[in-house]
Design a protein around this ligand. Structure first.
Ligand SMILES: [Zn+2]
Length: 500
């Protein structure tokens, strides 16, 4: 390699400056930002001195008792789980309501086929060979008749407990599902949420001064196509105008941070309330966009589609245990379980003491993301778009002035700036939930260019900018790969029998 040529290149990329160590400082800043970035999405450590710790111990022993075997809808096992849950709730001195949520065959067929991406006929053509070889079934209606009984759609039961507020006609609704798939004991999905909700119930069971009605809904048939919740929403139109927030609790894996990954539209005020409740959510506004690209659905989808306001939580790491026999209490990460419990208890504590109407507020879309561990930046989408516009305009002005002075050179920095400017304007228009990922590096590049005359200042700004940008980008890249890439890789490995 020609040294002179390399030197020229390094100079142009701003990496070489006499005998300094800019390159190494940049690298160190990148690593620092990446480390802090990853810490932002880690759950807090289980704290044995916390006043919430006894609840954690009860929750874990309940999970150990209730998630020993698969308990899919319609099975003997789910009846046992249900009986134990009802005993646990009545032992608190509360009266759970068991609601029949069974569907008719036509209703079941309608609910499931309405979610097909193609027509019934096209779907049947595509799947009929496989279905015929698996079940000796030769028509669409025969198949749905078989499925209807097989998934227990004819014997679903939701469990609901309502804690009555004082003079309150408004409330919040916590939701989890107590059925599992038939391949997993479901310790994480979703017995953790069920048992966390039991602790919230226990904490407020005998409160005589609840500021809101607190509803706790344990659905059946979630894993069979959101059937129990479908029926619940249909059976309770009166709740639509009473519930100010639906809080859905899910798990797509069994470790990692408990992410606030989805909200109803225009949830700025709701998120503000969640932050006020002291939850320290790990929330990303772009996550809902990614979630939309995945095939997963949760009970929350039904509430959201029916026009309820609310938020949806889940972990997404440990997806290799999702719906597998290894979704057991032994494999459930204690820190993730702890954060899950804290989230539920703090939200219940908050809404036990504060009016839920606050969470409704004037509707506005929100942009949010963690910035430093335990802190979430939350701004209105309009504000984020104005910031994007201001940074974009400043960069354009900078470019125009340099062009006029004939100082504009094609360098890595100017190319990056142009690219980021394009991405900032495109994302600001079409994906505002994620535009901060582009306008923050653009701002960093602009500041670095503007300070090029003051080398020490420039270096300091550059280091801080690299730290900040990698704090934003590293968790984004990590979560996107875990959410979208990892399941495909696992599927591929399973298909070719590399991994069972
Ligand atoms: Zn689930």
């Amino acid at each position: 390699m020609d040294n002179g040529h390399l030197g020229l290149k390094r100079e142009r990329f701003g990496l070489k400056k006499g005998k300094d160590f800019s390159g190494m400082i940049n690298l160190a800043s990148l690593v620092t930002g990446a480390v802090i970035g990853m810490r932002q999405i880690r759950p807090p450590h289980l704290d044995v001195d916390s006043p919430y710790f006894p609840a954690y111990k009860r929750m874990m022993s309940n999970i150990a008792r209730l998630a020993t075997e698969p308990h899919p809808s319609g099975s003997e096992a789910i009846r046992t789980v249900q009986a134990e849950l009802l005993t646990e709730i009545t032992d608190m001195g509360l009266q759970p309501i068991v609601e029949d949520a069974s569907l008719e065959l036509e209703e079941y067929t309608e609910v499931i086929t309405s979610r097909f991406r193609s027509s019934k006929e096209v779907w049947w053509e595509k799947n009929r060979e496989k279905i015929a070889s698996d079940h000796d079934i030769h028509s669409f209606s025969e198949y749905f008749h078989f499925r209807f009984h097989d998934v227990g759609a004819d014997s679903l039961q939701n469990i609901m407990v309502k804690l009555q507020g004082v003079d309150a006609n408004r409330g919040v609704l916590f939701v989890s599902h107590y059925d599992s798939v038939n391949t997993a004991p479901g310790a994480a999905d979703d017995m953790l949420a069920v048992c966390a909700m039991l602790e919230a119930l226990r904490a407020h069971a005998h409160s005589e001064s609840l500021a809101n009605d607190l509803y706790f809904l344990f659905t059946d048939g979630e894993e069979r196509g959101l059937l129990g919740v479908y029926k619940f929403v249909e059976m309770h139109p009166e709740l639509k105008d009473k519930i100010d927030m639906v809080i859905n609790l899910e798990m797509r894996g069994n470790r990692g941070g408990f992410l606030l990954f989805e909200t109803s539209p225009k949830a700025y005020q709701q998120l503000k309330t969640v932050v006020k409740a002291g939850v320290k959510p790990i929330g990303f506004s772009f996550a809902a966009t990614i979630y939309g690209m995945m095939t997963n659905n949760t009970d929350f989808s039904m509430f959201r589609n029916a026009g309820y306001k609310g938020i949806n939580f889940a972990v997404i790491e440990g997806v290799e245990h999702y719906h597998k026999a290894t979704d057991s209490i032994e494999n459930l990460n204690p820190d993730s379980a702890w954060q899950h419990l804290l989230t539920v208890l703090k939200l219940a504590d908050y809404f036990a003491a504060n009016p839920a109407e606050e969470a409704v507020g004037p509707p506005a879309e929100a942009v949010f993301f963690p910035f430093s561990p335990g802190k979430m930046v939350l701004i209105k989408q309009g504000v984020s778009q104005s910031i994007a516009a201001a940074i974009g305009a400043a960069s354009l002005l900078y470019g125009a002035v340099h062009l006029k002075q004939k100082k504009l050179v094609i360098s890595a920095s100017s190319l990056c700036m142009s690219l980021m400017l394009m991405l900032t304007s495109a994302s600001s228009k079409w994906m505002p939930s994620a535009s901060y990922l582009f306008y923050s590096p653009l701002l960093a590049l602009l500041l670095s260019s503007l300070t090029s005359k003051w080398k020490t200042l420039q270096r300091a700004i550059r280091s801080l900018a690299i730290i900040a940008v990698s704090m934003l980008w590293v968790p984004f890249a990590f979560l996107v790969s875990v959410a979208l890439l990892q399941p495909s890789v696992l599927k591929f490995l399973a298909k070719y029998k590399i991994l069972q």
